[in-house]
Write a protein that binds this ligand. Structure first.
Ligand SMILES: [Zn+2]
Length: 349
């Protein structure tokens, strides 16, 4: 964990941050989770010659206290986005500067529910303000019954409203219905979501009558100051074309949750040219630098994105102060790639 060279920040704030070790050390001390970090943070008022006074990252729980300055009157809590490592599936937890918590998807089965609940416990989070179901496939909602029955408060549940017919989806809807304190609502392209006055949150998919569950995915663009995140669910190239037609360069986002676990049928080149991500997080069980599909990874790299697979780096955490952002990985990949298994025929001649 040396202070490796930092990556870049967005737009005019793009500059190298030389104190990666400070950030990494603070993270380890504060959270006990991070073994490696590449930091990039545009300090609100950067001192000359470095950023030793950059705000220390905080992982304060999004209780009302989280909205208070973390280390002084000029250091509000950051926006923090956790992309959990949940194998093949999605689970993203967002804590906002205003002290709210949003969960997008809960991966598959017990693993997904426990992964989300465990993170919330570690952060002292007692309430999910918004639980977003990007779409009803099992690798996104498997953990939701456990979350909804865990006793944690859930303010609202967001559903794309696609008529999915699985028993699992029915169980999720029943679990929502069994909680009178949880508001059920659907989302569609063009909606604005209220996640706090410091954020602008826009729904960019689904459009009417999606052809399948993946294309019904709720796609959300979140702006905090100059920094934007795009959460894509499993949206495919068909609806990417619609998003491009409707929003074009408005899709520009520094941090992209890559659609459909890096599938070849998503992350089309025209879409990526509009988004122009600097950071691309792939929620996958693949530990390969080019995994799970080299074509997709190549398309991401072609637009300048650095790619982080959760199966390779563990949980990916991105924090932003609204002017820049910085990223922490849970681990570095193994030094030596795992040997390719010998073909069965060769192993049993
Ligand atoms: Zn999926």
């Amino acid at each position: 964990m040396n202070g490796r060279e930092a990556a870049v920040g967005p737009g005019a704030m793009r500059r190298r941050w030389k104190t990666g070790a400070i950030f990494a050390g603070a993270l380890v001390a504060a959270a006990g989770l991070f073994t490696a970090a590449a930091g990039l943070w545009a300090a609100p008022d950067p001192p000359a010659g470095g950023s030793a006074a950059a705000p220390a990252p905080t992982h304060a729980p999004p209780s009302p206290s989280a909205a208070r300055p973390a280390s002084g009157p000029s250091a509000p809590a950051p926006l923090t986005v956790y992309f959990l490592e949940v194998g093949h599936g999605d689970a993203t937890v967002i804590t906002t500067p205003g002290g709210r918590c949003v969960v997008i998807d809960a991966a598959g089965g017990r693993v997904g529910g426990e992964a989300v609940l465990s993170l919330l416990r570690r952060k002292g989070i007692k309430r999910i303000d918004t639980l977003v179901m990007s779409h009803a496939d099992s690798d996104h909602i498997g953990g939701m019954p456990d979350i909804l029955r865990s006793g944690i408060e859930v303010g609202e549940f967001l559903d794309p409203g696609y008529p999915h017919t699985t028993q699992l989806y029915a169980r999720v809807l029943k679990a929502v219905k069994d909680r009178p304190g949880t508001r059920y609502r659907t989302a569609k392209a063009g909606d604005l979501l209220d996640w706090g006055k410091e954020l602008t949150v826009r729904v960019v998919n689904p459009f009417p009558n999606p052809k399948n569950s993946n294309d019904s995915s709720i796609v959300i663009q979140l702006h905090y100051g100059r920094v934007a995140f795009l959460f894509t669910g499993d949206a495919g190239s068909r609806v990417e074309r619609k998003m491009v037609a409707r929003s074009g360069g408005g899709l520009r986002s520094q941090v992209l949750k890559v659609a459909h676990h890096g599938s070849k049928s998503s992350s089309s080149a025209p879409f990526l040219r509009c988004v122009r991500p600097e950071i691309a997080v792939v929620s996958t069980n693949s530990a390969s630098a080019d995994g799970p599909y080299k074509e997709t990874i190549d398309r991401l790299r072609a637009v300048g994105a650095k790619v982080y697979q959760t199966g390779r780096y563990g949980m990916i955490t991105v924090e932003s102060d609204g002017k820049g952002y910085r990223l922490a990985k849970e681990r570095e990949p193994e030094k030596r790639e795992a040997p390719v298994p010998a073909p069965v025929a060769a192993a049993h001649p």
